[in-house]
Design a protein around this ligand. Structure first.
Ligand code: ZN
Length: 525
């Protein structure tokens, strides 16, 4: 991951200065959201004309094949709305599977076949000169994918973040972020977006040490430059402070003390990091009442939610996808744990197939000219329960009437906020076993969620093989993960979290990914 090209970087300070000079008020955010929703159909059609129907776009070829011209799409959108139009064209094959998006499979429809790479789905209209933090998503294989977070994107999502904070009564309440600094995009992206929203965090705990010798000097400089520019513009932003997973007690202590001093406090972090904070609080006998914890990067499962709420903190979901930016924010009065309001001002979501089985696979479409990727009915492997019941909270009242619940991704393994596709994990372990002259029936992969909601990726090895490769296996797997595009973040977080475990045992199951279901894994150690 690189901070940016030299040309882009030279243009940064002035644009960044302006970005910080004009933070949002709630009134401005309300007005902007209302305008986006009022103009939603027109904005979607604008994106469709400029991106989806663009000559050379893979969507254009699918739309042509479906016999859908721009005027046809426009007519359906104006008559029946964006989602109905998306459902119609999805039924005609205008949709992209995860394998197609990742370039693992060509796009093949009756009468049409062509190869694609992830770059074909990039937003073609991103500004050439801007602050750009570019890099890969965490741990995906296939050709490297570059994502560019630009200031216009962060300004766009700042509207949603401001209203999320407002809906929870958290504007001005001390808040900490616990996200890794660069090369992960999570820390810098959330810092900039909430600074623009007029309410930056007071503290930035980083899973990575920003001053560690293994960190890149250029990346450290980029963060320093951002913070110094904010200072010039009169905004005080926290510097990242090295806080490994083992330092969770420090984060819990900050929450407790801030709450004691100010009446309330908040934390934004990954779901499993939040679990570690909750565990630290319980072990210390601290109660985290009047603390609000927002989790993302991983599903807020009922197990995790219950565990975190044992501290009397309240916990809510945030759904952010690197490819699109913020997708949804937690409802302050959720009917189920983790229920969120879709940011339908900038994203459209439809069911990918039968809606009989819940949660159902979803297709994502960007209604944004500044999202890193231009998505039209793209399946990233996520499933959710899409709801539309009227909600009396401030987000629902502002017109964000669509809710997403039980968001999860069955195609990828996620731990400590970092994701690797199951098939890549299987390929890595298979290769190591093969190199050790092991046979496919001598190992078994499994995943397991403990009582607090932390997950492990495990490998059972037959006894002979266990003796040969077990001691070094987690290190070798992490080294291979680090070699995947963007995999460095996963490898480092999973080392901190002891996410990979190896046990002695016979392979008992066989399945598509040679993986046991987490639900039937009760008798694993
Ligand atoms: Zn709500």
């Amino acid at each position: 991951m690189k901070a940016s090209g030299p040309g882009g970087f030279a243009a940064v300070p002035f644009r960044l200065f302006r970005f910080f000079r004009r933070p949002l008020s709630t009134e401005a955010a309300d007005a902007e959201l209302a305008a986006r929703l009022r103009l939603r159909e027109g904005r979607f059609l604008d994106v469709a004309r400029r991106m989806f129907f663009r000559e050379g776009s893979p969507y254009r070829r699918l739309l042509d094949r479906a016999g859908c011209e721009f005027a046809d799409l426009e007519a359906i959108v104006n008559r029946e709305g964006v989602e109905t139009a998306l459902e119609r064209i999805a039924a005609e094959g205008v949709r992209i599977s995860l394998d197609e998006y990742e370039g693992r499979r060509p796009i093949e429809r009756p009468g049409l076949a062509f190869a694609v790479t992830p770059r074909d789905f990039e937003n073609p209209s991103l500004p050439a000169f801007d602050l750009r933090v570019s890099g890969s998503s965490s741990g995906s294989a296939g050709p490297p994918k570059r994502f560019r977070y630009t200031l216009p994107l962060l300004a766009e999502t700042a509207v949603n973040e401001r209203l999320l904070l407002e809906a929870h009564g958290l504007v001005g309440v001390p808040r900490a972020h616990w996200y890794p600094t660069l090369p992960s995009l999570a820390g810098i992206g959330n810092l900039l977006s909430t600074a623009r929203a007029g309410d930056p965090p007071r503290r930035w705990f980083s899973h990575f040490d920003p001053d560690s010798p293994s960190g890149s000097a250029a990346l450290g400089l980029a963060v320093t430059l951002v913070i110094a520019t904010a200072r010039l513009a009169g905004r005080r932003l926290p510097r990242p402070q090295a806080t490994s997973l083992a330092d969770a007690p420090r984060v819990a202590d900050w929450l407790r003390r801030s709450r004691d001093r100010h009446g309330r406090a908040a934390l934004w972090t990954y779901a499993s990091s939040a679990v570690r904070v909750a565990r630290a609080a319980q072990e210390a006998g601290w109660d985290l009442s009047d603390c609000a914890i927002f989790t993302g990067g991983e599903p807020l499962t009922p197990t995790r939610a219950r565990y975190i709420e044992r501290t009397k903190a309240r916990v809510f979901g945030r759904f952010v996808i690197t490819e699109t930016g913020a997708v949804a924010g937690g409802c302050p009065v959720p009917r189920r744990p983790g229920e969120m309001h879709l940011y339908r001002d900038r994203i459209a979501v439809i069911c990918a197939g039968s809606s009989e089985v819940l949660p159902s696979p979803i297709l994502l479409t960007t209604i944004s000219t500044v999202a890193p990727m231009a998505f039209l009915n793209v399946d990233l492997g996520d499933s959710a329960v899409i709801g539309s019941a009227a909600c009396g909270c401030r987000l629902g009242g502002a017109g964000l009437a669509t809710t997403l619940g039980e968001v999860r991704n069955d195609r990828k393994f996620t731990a400590e906020g970092s994701t690797v596709a199951f098939r890549d994990l299987e390929a890595i372990v298979s290769r190591i076993v093969e190199e050790a002259d092991g046979a496919p029936d001598q190992f078994q992969l499994w995943t397991r969620e403990d009582a607090s909601g932390l997950v492990r990726f495990g490998i059972s090895l037959a006894p002979g093989l266990y003796d040969r490769i077990a001691p070094d296996l987690p290190n070798r797997i992490r080294a291979d993960i680090a070699g995947l595009p963007g995999g460095e973040t996963s490898a480092r977080l999973w080392a901190q979290g002891s996410t990979i475990s190896v046990i002695r045992g016979e392979a008992r199951y066989s399945s598509r990914f040679k993986l046991t279901s987490p639900d039937v894994d009760e008798d694993s150690p």
